[in-house]
Design a protein around this ligand. Sequence first.
Ligand code: AGP
Length: 602
Amino acid sequence: MCGIVGYIGTKEKKEILLDGLQELEYRGYDSAGIAVIENHHLEHFKAVGKLENLRNKTKSYNSNGFGVSIGHTRWATHGKPTELNAHPHLGEFSFVVHNGIIENYQELKKELQSQNVTFLSQTDTETIVHLFENYYKKTPNAFTAFTQTVSRLEGAYATLLITEAAPEAIFFAKNGSPMLIGFGEEEVYFASSDTPIIGKATEVYYLEDGEYGYTQNGTVFLFNADGAKKFTTKALATDKAMAQKDGYRFFMEKEIYEQAHVMNDTMMGRVLDNRVYFEELENNLFDNIRAIKICACGTSYHAALTGSYLLERIAKIPCHVEIASEFRYKEPLLHDDTLFITISQSGETADTLEALKMAKRAGLKSLSICNVDNSSIVRESDQAILTRAGIEKGVASTKAFATQSMVLWMLALYVAQLREAIDADTLQQELQAMRQTPKALLVNDKLHEKIHRLSKRYLHGHGFFFIGRDLFYPLALEGALKLKEISYRHAEGYPAGEMKHGPIALADSELFTIALMPKTLHYDKIKSNVEELSARDATILAISPEPFELADDFIQTHYDEHPMLEFFEMMVVTQLLALEVSIRLGNDVDMPRNLAKSVTVE
Ligand code: AGP
């Protein structure tokens, strides 16, 4: 969730770093910093807040002639957004920038502290630079010391290191966080995504997990576990807008594909060892709390409903969900033993913000689950959990919903731990399933192709019913909302068991039913609900791990051991269906008519 830029060459380095960081600022803007070594002289600058502050601080600084340089824009995970916690982190003669989380940093830190190393920051990153210098002091070869350092790191990282011990080189390593190397004329660039170097470098190499090395005199020396590695570069895109979409047709499509990756960010530092941790929450948040109320709008409301099933089932705490615009005017009865949770992607939704203010006036403790730090809702809440989905550009929310649902699942486990409502074995099973979520979210080419093909049958008809039970009811609501937002077709989400209480009157061959049929939750019940619809000639698209004979179309899912893995896998299917129908209808997927990304009016 941070951004990295590096440059080695003769051009003015400050501008290259700052311009590059500007492109990445959306990934984090708690603080930023740069470090340059030129003529054996080490210089560094850091500033809290937006990049603008760093620009102002470096106004009178210039770096001409050959040199090495690194820069970083931060989104705080370990330690508050302060100048000391900003990257680059400093040792005695080296600097490091890093994205990701070093999971074993506490162990490494203790080891270094026992050897009288002093730490200045609260970050996990600082261990990298001290580890390097410690090894260098024992074996004064910078690359050997860097290799030894990398071999000790556990977790996710993309890191760059510069040192006075080898002032003409940049050392790099990548595992789990993105990093690429760009090649220009007698110059080499590094970045955590390609937009900062477009228009500067012409060729690019995207580093793979486990790769590390250094660059010197215009040459990159690359290694992995098998030793030195040859690599081939490819031409770098020239169109920034296209590059931002990474070759996808729409931001929404890119964001659907990104979900597997961002889920790692959401879990990072929170799903550790045998427990769920939320470092950002004060220990007493749940003291004297007997119930939870969640308020949200739209997709965030659907995540809230999902959360209510999880909180009641796993944490055994009563949980009620309300649409924020309804809650505001119903004169709700509020008790101070209720924790008030708001969920919002943007953190600016007027109805949700107002609901939060009402709850606070009534003396309730508040927690927000949000994707945007420092947004109005985050600032107004007593405490906040950030979803870390990264910026979401498609108006139709996808990865925000996925990460909200994940945070709620983690929160349910967290509360269950606090209330001792879960036994150790069940907790382990939940965590094991949770760790598999990124895989369940991977989009398989065959699946996408299949949905593309069958979408042509779902362009007309007089309506769609997305049906599901239990956790899959909110998912049905969300599937229907996605479809109606971008295809402009009428779609409803319904609890499958309710169809016979009215809506089944609509059933005929022109009624499309998207049936969410998980194996792990009430399969037989939903099956008989779908049979009832099939008997009335409704057209059925069944999504399930179990083949279903009566389906007109069938999409087979694979995860059948945990409801949430089924949930996430089916969520991707419904998102792709909406996307493909909308594309076939020629709609603007990213900016559907009549909608806005952030609804700041009542
Ligand atoms: C989602 O696809 C929608 N565009 C919309 O329902 C959205 O979820 C809703 O407006 C709430 O927004 P928020 O999460 O930013 O508060």
